[in-house]
Design a protein around this ligand. Structure first.
Ligand code: SAM
Length: 267
């Protein structure tokens, strides 16, 4: 690592504290039968601990400059891939595992949301997500309806389980020291928690949050070209804003819109 230049654009703030690294493995409830996907192994500090706890670890790192450091680990339950995780098809990542896998990562800020949605929406095998994220993002992930942090990220995660903040981590635990503190967030993935089409649910929710100041009526009518007077005839209060709607209400809304669109097609 002597000559390694940390790259801000890849969010490279590394961990070294062994107690914390072991704590993250405990947060992720890794045991000897588990297969684990680590995104962004960096210099491999968390990777080594994961390999110690798990049956198998696949680690995907974007920065090829870390190749010599990571290839030095030489553990036979570790597979290293040097690529941008967002450029690898999720089904191909699923195929790297024999059964369900646990995702563990200390994520850079700029890819936190795309990674969460990539795996929650597309993976058929991820069973558990344990990620270190900026505190402010963690608060958005676990936010409840009616709070300022509540948004698409909160609803998108709640659709698949009950995300929780498992630990707070001071910025001082990273090298180089970032400008913000972090949290470890855990989510046990529950597929089929709600009996509704997940793509339509995502589209409706995303549309409702498109302009937070607008009512859901205006957001939905504009995006889908719905006639407002027909929409308000449905048994739902369309005068509210997305941040006021609970996940259960988004599910009801999705079902109503699905029926409404179907009826429109058949008219
Ligand atoms: N896991 C290490 C640790 O805890 O010390 C490093 C964590 S560091 C916050 C984030 C890591 O993700 C960096 O090594 C960075 O190069 C890598 N990374 C950033 N973007 C990535 C991407 N799109 N695909 C895969 N790895 C990425």
């Amino acid at each position: 690592m002597k000559d390694f230049v940390f790259k801000k654009r890849f969010g490279q703030n590394f961990l070294t504290d062994k107690n914390l690294l072991r704590g993250i493995c405990a947060d992720a409830c890794i045991d000897k039968d588990d297969e684990v996907l680590e995104i962004g192994p960096g210099a491999g500090a968390l990777t080594r601990e994961l390999c110690d706890f798990a049956k198998k670890v696949v680690a995907i790192e974007i920065d090829k400059d870390l190749k010599p450091v990571l290839e030095n680990i030489k553990l036979n339950n570790l597979t290293l891939i040097f690529d941008d995780v967002l450029n690898i098809e999720t089904s191909k990542i699923d195929d790297m595992f024999e059964k369900e896998f646990k995702l563990v990562a200390n994520l850079p800020y700029y890819i936190t949301t795309p990674i969460i949605f990539k795996f929650l929406r597309e993976s058929k095998k991820v069973s558990n997500i344990t990620i270190m994220v900026q505190k402010e993002v963690a608060q958005r992930i676990v936010a409840k309806a009616g709070t300022k942090d509540y948004g698409l990220l909160s609803v998108g995660c709640a659709f698949f389980g009950e995300p929780r903040i498992l630990r707070n981590v001071s910025r001082k635990m990273f090298y180089p020291v970032p400008e913000v503190d972090s949290c470890v967030v855990g989510l046990r993935v529950e597929r089929g928690k709600f009996d509704v089409d997940s793509s339509l649910f995502y589209n409706i929710t995303k549309t409702c949050f498109k302009s937070r100041r607008k009512t859901i009526l205006n957001n939905l009518a504009e995006a889908f070209n719905f006639e407002k007077n027909k929409l308000v005839s449905l048994p739902f209060d369309f005068s509210r804003r997305a941040e006021e709607l609970s996940i259960e209400e988004f599910v009801i809304l999705t079902k109503l819109i699905a029926k409404f669109s179907e009826a429109g097609k058949n008219r």
